[in-house]
Design a protein around this ligand. Structure first.
Ligand code: 2OP
Length: 216
């Protein structure tokens, strides 16, 4: 395949390293806060796309955190919010990321993410990932799974056909959106979740990134 394109948050970067930081600020609430935050963050991307009211992922992420604190009746502490937002800029990669990308070194590798450049650039630099492109929806002002987002990868990677791209995501709805668009798709189903019923199925469902078939 010509190119491998990866989702960022939850696929290459482990967003739940934020749980520990949440727990430090609100002991015992880290998991609940991290879960509410991630769910609301994604909800806001879908709603803003449908409303035609795009704002960058950094703003969506901050607003989703503010909602989650109110939802869990935790005090709104600007210092803690700033610290948690900073955490997003230095997320750890999952353990099998580096070795998997190394196995793909003769392919073109890219990230295609909802993340805004002010979030993606630092986290990619922090992880020292070698990529041919880091593509943000911010160029289009619309979020995944809008087809235009996946089309961005076709254009920027200059592949002959969208089927020449292998797309990898741990977010089932993103994997299905990419399959609906026409990529070859692997869903990294680390949590063993059921497949979303959205009319399309990934070409493969894997439990870790390391299981990605790198041979043709
Ligand atoms: C991303 O990085 C949605 O988390 C996903 O685009």
């Amino acid at each position: 395949m010509d190119a491998f394109v990866f989702d960022a948050y939850g696929t290459l970067f482990d967003v739940h390293s934020v749980v520990r930081r949440c727990d430090a600020f609100w002991p015992g609430k880290g998991a609940a806060l991290s879960q509410a935050w991630r769910t609301k963050q994604l909800e806001y991307t879908w709603l803003r796309s449908l409303m035609g009211r795009y704002v960058p992922f950094s703003q969506v992420t901050r607003e989703a955190l503010a909602w989650s604190l109110a939802f869990l009746k935790l005090e709104k502490n600007e210092k803690a919010i700033d610290a948690l937002m900073q955490e997003y800029l230095r997320l750890d990669t999952f353990p099998d990321v580096k070795e998997t990308l190394a196995k793909l070194k003769d392919k073109r590798l890219a990230i295609l993410s909802n993340g805004s450049p002010d979030m993606l650039d630092p986290v990619v630099a922090h992880a020292d990932l070698r990529l041919d492109a880091v593509l943000s929806v911010d160029a289009l002002k619309v979020y995944k799974p809008a087809p235009a987002v996946y089309q961005l990868a076709v254009e920027k990677l200059k592949v002959a056909d969208r089927s020449a791209i292998t797309f990898v995501s741990s977010n089932c709805w993103d994997a299905i959106g990419a399959k609906s668009f026409g990529f070859r798709v692997f869903w990294i189903n680390r949590a063993g979740a059921p497949l979303d019923r959205l009319g399309f199925e990934p070409d493969g469902v894997l439990s870790t990134l390391g299981d990605l078939p790198v041979k043709e």
